[in-house]
Every structure is written in structure tokens, then in C-alpha cells.
Design a protein around this ligand. Sequence first.
Ligand code: TXA
Ligand code: MG
Length: 343
Amino acid sequence: MKTLLLTTSEEDINLAASFVKEGGVVGMPTETVYGLAANALDTEAVKKIFEAKGRPSDNPLIVHIADFEDIKKFGLVKEVPKVAKLLAEKFWPGPLTIIMPKSDNVPEITTGGLDTVAVRLPQDVNARRLIKASGCPLAAPSANISGSPSPTTANHVYFDMQGKIPAIIDGGECEVGLESTVVSVKDDIITVLRPGGVTVEDLLSVYDKVEVCDAVLNKLKEGETALSPGMKYKHYSPKARVVLVKSSDKGFYDFINQQNSADTIALCYKEDEEFVRIPSILMGSKADLEAQAHNLFADLRLIDACDNVKTAYVRCPDSKGIGMAVLNRLIRAAGFEVINLDE
Ligand code: TXA
Ligand code: MG
């Protein structure tokens, strides 16, 4: 199959929508990461998403809508819980996904057999234009091969999906750079299942009962069920081994400068550049958590683009604000391999 790279012109959005209407899958820009979009209510179309990504079938997809009213229009949920309504008012359109009780209209394949459905109203105009032009809610996971770093440019999507999907809309670089925050709202408690663009601090500013699921920063224990199935898989990983290094600035320099083999690279802050004597990728300024989030997946893809790199040592980010989301992705990219030099 030939994969077209489309612009965001009216004509191109309509062309992408025509692929969706025929039951196809297209690459869709959003403010978080690019998605692989298909009609969320069409079992055969959603099946193609799982095939293109090589995604395990028990890992549910997020259903994207263009207006709050779409929830009712397409009959997606049994009810919109009170707390979900509040969150939607405060943070939609935006990088927040809300888990709600699913209606029978949503096929099982979309929700991985769960009785809940994840719904998101993205901020990105082009995502919303595509949803409207398609005339249906769009199921869309991140547009990477399952397990690899998520795509934040149309080129990343092309690299992973070339020949597998008919079209990708190029909407430029994703603003946030990592995926939406996923929350459940059961029993009037907001539980963060995956941290993202809307931070815990943001949630606490509108509601006081906010919990962060243990599995966000810790490995699931043997036999433990994942509240969000995506959390049990190794994720976001370059082919090279990634190791997270928790340490002071000086501790990191001492450690990294001893790693002088040619197949090793450092992922560190702009301020570290003059102290690190091995090849490095700069993730942005130490205090600029937004920049670290924005650059994260491109940096992880860059590791594999560097010839012969076998190991990447990465500085452990601050877990405040969007830093929690950066840390959550890095810990999984590292398969939970963390060196703690502070202990
Ligand atoms: O920002 C985003 O959310 C992007 C863009 C494309 O919108 N999408 C995205 O989708 O990150 P994906 O499939 O890569 O991640 C969806 C996450 C997975 O961890 C999945 O397990 C979880 O959401 N999820 C989806 N439906 C769920 C449900 N009903 N209950 C619990 N977790 C759910
Ligand atoms: Mg993903």
C-alpha cells in the first residue's frame, strides 16, 4: 500500500476522512502525539489499527471526539459521571482522557473487552477537523509500532507505518510531545492511570480527591492486574538499552565520564553539556520540564538513529508537574532499570 503524506488543507482533510469512511486507518496529528485513527464504532476498521501497530488485543484504545455533545450523539457511554463532567468542562479540549462506563454501541475490540471506554476531546484543530469530516468518533492509539517511542512528527509516523496505512496528515510537531493524562473517575475519586499533559497539580486545582495509581512510577507486582492495561507492557523503547540514572549533577558527571566505550551515549540537560565528555543528546534545560516533555520521544528515537549505540544513560527528571509524565515514560523505556547513585 502506498502511504500518502497529506497537508491540512480542506481537500486533504476530506481525502483522509474518505479513507476513514471506507473503513481505513490514517495518521492523525494531535497536540499530544500522532494517532492511528479509524472509526471507533467499526470492528473491522479498529482491527486494522491493532494489525498496523502489532498491538496486543487486550490493550484498549482511546475514542476521540470533536465536541462534548458527540458523547451523546454517538451513544458512547452509559452515563457521564458528575466528576467526568467537571473535568470535561475544565480541561477539554485538551490532553485529558476520561474513562467512563461503556455503552453497547462501542464494540468490544475498541475497549479491549473492558466495560469502560476511554474518551478524549483533543485540542488540536486538525484532529477535530478530521473527526468532524469523518462523521464518526475516532479510535486512535499513538501511531508507533507497539513498544517503540510514540511519534511526535509526521515523519516519525511515516517511519513506523509506511506501506501499512493509506495516509498521514502532517500537522507539524506535536505541542505537548507526550500522551494525554488518563484518569478514571470511579467513586468520586480521580485516579491518574497515566500521567500526561494535564498534571496532577492541574487536577488538584479543580477537585480535591486525586490519587495517582501506584503503577505510574512502580513496576506491577507478580499477578497484579493493571487498571490501565497499557501499563503492563514495556514501552516507548528504543532498540538500545536505556538506563535511568538518579543522582546529583556531580555524581552523574563522575559516573558518565567513566563510561567511555564507543557504544554509549548520555541523555542529559543543556547545562550538563560542558561537563559530560561522552557523546550526548540534550533533552532541554534542567528546569524546563515542558521542553523535556516536548523533546522526549524525538530524543528516544534519536538514540537508535545514532549508529552503533548500545546503551543510553539518561538523567532522571524531576517528578513535579509534567515531569511525572516524563519520568513515567522514561522508566518504561528503561524497562525499570534505574541506577540510584544518591543512596
Ligand atoms: O494522547 C493520547 O492519548 C494519544 C493521542 C493519539 O490521543 N493516544 C494514546 O493512545 O496515547 P494509546 O493507545 O497509545 O494509549 C492509551 C492508554 C493505554 O495505556 C490504555 O491501556 C489506556 O489508555 N486505556 C484505554 N482505554 C482504557 C480503559 N477503558 N480503561 C483503562 N485504561 C484504558
Ligand atoms: Mg501508545
